[in-house]
Ligand binder design. Structure first.
Ligand SMILES: Nc1ncnc2c1ncn2[C@@H]1O[C@H](COP(=O)(O)OP(=O)(O)O)[C@@H](O)[C@H]1O
Ligand SMILES: [Mg+2]
Length: 251
């Protein structure tokens, strides 16, 4: 496997809380990887550490042979390692077209001819160029967030809950987009709660729980892991219990 990203013994503590604890894994060129785990497991923190939005306390992050821990986000992005956020980072007061223009400034060079047109086409934005993001359907706004991230032509894109809040049709469109990007050679790591979506999309799944990597393997291995089931089932059962209590309290 041709390693793009290597995470070795990475930890991050907030106050007394170990948000990411001794996490190690490697992402190879051309992989499509899912990152799952209950709320608070440390998924977003891990993305922040990888892309320079936060600094690890310990551990090494190696991107194509270079140690990048502690680098500023723009320096990491320009090397081809880019993330999207749970809420798309778009400029609300300018049009979709202007958003795409502004995103070019994240590059240190001029984009190749035709890149914007390709992204507009791939991300299905042609019909929305003159609109402001606030007026867009949620699924389109999410695709705009992805197009903006792609303006820098990353080699690896980290997507933080790209399907959250989308309806079934929008989810299907998103899955098609991610598959198309992957087929085009992009390496992807996707945080996603919808098990059907993530198991259907990804060839390999990383499971975080309470900051620790508890499994790493193909969907069949993850589905058969009783520890993974316990982590999810535990949360689901607890939630159902709390909801039942809440509804009783209302009577
Ligand atoms: N900047 C921060 N300051 C303090 N605690 C944080 C901060 N960011 C995240 N946390 C805590 O770290 C843990 C992991 O959070 P997060 O990475 O957002 O989890 P996930 O994305 O898996 O839901 C949570 O307990 C969260 O409250
Ligand atoms: Mg998160």
């Amino acid at each position: 496997m041709n390693a793009l990203l290597d995470i070795a013994g990475v930890s991050k503590t907030f106050g007394g809380l170990r948000a990411v604890s001794e996490v190690s894994f490697t992402i190879g060129q051309g992989e499509l990887v899912g990152l799952i785990g209950p709320n608070g497991a440390g998924k977003t923190t891990l993305f922040n550490l990888i892309t320079g939005h936060d600094k690890p306390d310990t551990g090494r992050i190696t991107w194509r042979g270079e140690h990048i821990e502690g680098f500023a986000p723009n320096l990491i992005a320009r090397r081809g390692l880019v993330r999207t956020f749970q809420n798309p980072m778009v400029f609300e007061n300018v049009t979709v077209e202007d958003n795409l223009m502004i995103a070019r400034s994240a590059r240190s060079d001029d984009p190749p001819a035709g890149l914007a047109e390709r992204l507009i086409d791939t991300c299905g934005l042609a019909a929305y160029l003159a609109q402001k993001p606030g007026n867009l359907p949620y699924g389109v706004k999410r695709r705009l967030g992805i197009a903006l991230a792609l303006t820098i032509e990353p080699k690896l894109l980290l997507l933080d809950e790209p399907a959250a809040g989308l309806n079934q049709g929008e989810r299907q469109e998103l899955v098609s987009l991610l598959r198309a990007l992957w087929a085009g050679g992009l390496t992807l790591v996707v945080v996603e709660h919808d098990m059907r979506l993530v198991m259907g999309l990804c060839q390999r799944i990383l499971v975080l729980d309470a900051g620790q990597l508890i499994d790493d393997g193909p969907p069949a291995q993850i589905q058969a892991n009783p520890e993974v089931a316990r982590v999810y089932l535990g949360k689901a059962a607890l939630k159902a219990q709390q909801e039942a209590k809440g509804s009783h309290a209302g009577h």
